[in-house]
Design a protein around this ligand. Sequence first.
Ligand code: 5GP
Ligand code: ZN
Length: 135
Amino acid sequence: MSDCIFCNIVTGESPSHKVYEDDDILAFLDINPINPGHTLVIPKEHYKDLTDTPPELASKLIQTVQKIKPAILGAVGADSFNLGVNVGKKAGQVVFHTHFHIMPRFEDDGHKLWGGKQVAQDELALTAEHIKKLL
Ligand code: 5GP
Ligand code: ZN
């Protein structure tokens, strides 16, 4: 058994409701779904988060999202979804094995998007300049 719950799901040592699998990628239902059909898409190989994941593998994650999204939405009768990636503890990441959340959304499902803050244009300009200097 690994310390990582998702690695254990990959090996089958921990149970899960798998919906898709190929050589590199696994998708299974979230144990605490925000809505029916909430699915996690992960690389089978362990990386702690998206930024740590080789670009080719990250690309396969996206391709898998595109491939399985129609079936997930079709199964639960949704026409919209949020794609979620939490990177780091402060952003809500709890499991440190790269994963995308596919979260089907429904009218009046009780979930909201983040609220934006009002900021001055010059503050946006300063932040943009700062970011560009660090690239
Ligand atoms: P994070 O907050 O790290 O982006 O999301 C981790 C997700 O993994 C959570 O939505 C949580 O419900 C899900 N999760 C945690 N442990 C398990 C598990 O053992 N099995 C499954 N299927 N999902 C899990
Ligand atoms: Zn892992």
